[in-house]
Design a protein around this ligand. Structure first.
Ligand SMILES: Cc1ncc(COP(=O)(O)O)c(C=O)c1O
Length: 363
């Protein structure tokens, strides 16, 4: 049987929780959503959680709640999932791309500093692949220049930076519960914040700008989560630490057992707890196969793999043309050399051994 690169872990308790909602006849936003919001906020250590229907909506609503609009610039890493940047564009603002660190894949504080202009209003730091970005220097830059910091924590539920959970550092933390994430609701997301005015604005924005029934005071959207999704999320949240521990143990196994020449294993920064949404290796020129040939080889051995992400955001047709010289050369290099191996919690000892044996035998 194929070892997939990602697999949602759903058990009878998620099924029972969804059945209960379905049979209650109350399918849209209700008690389950409120319960997930308060439990997720408590888990992260923030004052509030505002549930939404996906992580992109979380980012868009967070930016709007922080006052981002036309004419503004928001600094984002060039190496991330596209939504980090498109959420900025959805506000009518301009994403400005900062390069990333070659070893941690995360946004570089010096690059953030360099990209600041009089139009800069915010920075989105992404905790990419489950590893917190270096928050302290980015926070310092934001404070010095009166910029809003937003965390894109779509891939990092439960990750720690200097012992504190992500989602606490920015004005808002934005999470995704998409089907392959560390905890899931199928589609879904959450904004965490401890700033009351921001939370109040978020609650309006995600529900048609409605302050009272059929009274609409600001431009809003329908970004609500359903009770069906929230019921899954409540059960998944209970299992999140266990899932993350499995991911970490799987990554530790790879760290100890992968030894192919020209394959660089992921680096974990000091003082962070990585939650391994993805286990991303880099292939150097010393590696005997091209990335495509390696993926085919793994597939033939029943092992799934994936490229996150093959095109850096600043080179996507949406944001082209790219200035010369390339303003984010590390992001471009990583896009050409990274490969994600399976690290999800449902891998067993045999799967891990199969992956290592296949990788180490590459010629
Ligand atoms: C870093 C990052 N930001 C934002 C998103 C958007 O989340 P969603 O797919 O739930 O809209 C994702 C999802 O893959 C992501 O990985």
């Amino acid at each position: 049987m194929q070892i997939p690169v990602a697999r949602p872990v759903i058990g009878p308790d998620e099924v029972a929780a969804v059945s209960e909602v379905l049979l209650s006849g109350m399918l849209a936003q209700g008690e389950r959503v409120a319960e997930l919001e308060s439990k997720f906020a408590a888990y992260c250590g923030t004052a509030q959680g505002i549930a939404v229907n996906n992580g992109t909506a979380a980012l868009h609503a967070a930016l709007l709640a922080c006052g981002i609009g036309p004419g503004d610039e928001v600094i984002v890493p060039a190496f991330s999932f596209i939504a980090t940047a498109t959420a900025v564009s959805m506000c009518g603002a301009k994403p400005v791309f900062a390069d990333v660190d070659e070893e941690t894949f995360n946004i570089r504080p010096d690059q953030v500093k360099e990209r600041i202009t009089p139009k800069t209003k915010a920075v989105i730091g992404v905790h990419l692949f489950g590893q917190p970005f270096d928050v302290d220097p980015v926070q310092e830059i934001c404070e010095a220049h009166s910029l809003v910091l937003i965390e894109d924590a779509a891939q990092a539920h439960g990750a720690l930076y200097h012992g504190t959970k992500v989602g606490n550092f920015g004005r808002c933390g934005c999470f995704s519960f998409y089907a392959t994430k560390n905890m899931i609701t199928g589609e879904g997301g959450m904004v965490t914040t401890s700033d009351k005015p921001t939370a109040d604005r978020l609650r309006l924005i995600v529900n048609h700008g409605q302050s009272e029934k059929y009274l609409h005071t600001v431009l809003g959207y329908n970004y609500r989560m359903t009770d069906i999704a929230a019921a899954i999320g409540i059960v998944q949240l209970r299992k999140l630490d266990k899932f993350n521990l499995r991911r970490k143990k799987n990554a530790e196994y790879y760290a100890a057992n992968l030894s192919a020449k020209g394959l660089i294993k992921p680096k974990v920064a000091d003082n962070v707890q990585h939650v391994y949404h993805q286990y991303v290796v880099r292939l150097t020129e010393e590696f005997p196969l091209s990335r495509e040939a390696f993926m085919d080889y793994l597939k033939a051995k029943g092992i799934g793999s994936a490229v996150h992400y093959p095109i850096p955001i600043h080179r996507q047709p949406l944001y082209a043309p790219v200035a010369e010289p390339d303003p984010c050369p590390v992001a471009t290099k990583l896009a050409g050399t990274v490969l994600s191996l399976p690290v999800h919690p449902s891998l067993d000892a045999k799967d891990l051994a199969t992956v290592c044996e296949a990788v180490n035998k590459v010629k």
